[in-house]
Design a protein. Sequence first.
Length: 165
Amino acid sequence: MKTGFVKALILALALAGALPVSACAQTSAPVAKVALEPVRVVTADGVRDFKVEIADDEYERAKGLMYRESMPADHGMLFLFPDMAERSFWMHNTPLPLDIIYISSSAQVVSIQRNAIPYDRTPLPSFGAAVAVLEINGGLSDQLGIKPGDRIEHRFFEGKGPKPQ
C-alpha cells in the first residue's frame, strides 16, 4: 500500500511540475511579427495614411495577401518591382476583397482595380507601366477618394530603399 501511494505521489508531483513548464513554453514561443512601413496617399481630398507590409522579392510578391481573412482598415501591402512594366494581379487564394492600386516610378497612381473578387483567377491588368502596387481593403479607394494621378509617398519612391529583387 505504501508503494502505491509513493508512486501516485511521485506521478502527481511530476505532472504538477510539468504543467508550469508547458504553460511557459506556450507563452514564450516566438510570434512572427511583420514589420510595417508607413505609406501616404495624397489625394485631392486630403492625405490618407496606411501601415503596409513590403513584398520586394519574388516569393513575397507571389504570396501577397493570400489566405488572409481580414486586415485592419489602415493596413495594406506594398509590392515593389525592380522595373517599370505592365502588371497584372489576380485574387487566387485571397479570401478578402481588395483594391489593387498600380503605381508608376514617379509615385503616381496609374490605375485602380476596385473591389477585386475573392478567389477570382481573372487577371486584373494595370493598363499602364507600374513599378509598385498597393493593395488595400476593397472599397477603400472609393471611400477615401483615391484616383489615378494621386501621389503615393514611401521611401522607395525617394530612392531610399528597399531595393526589390
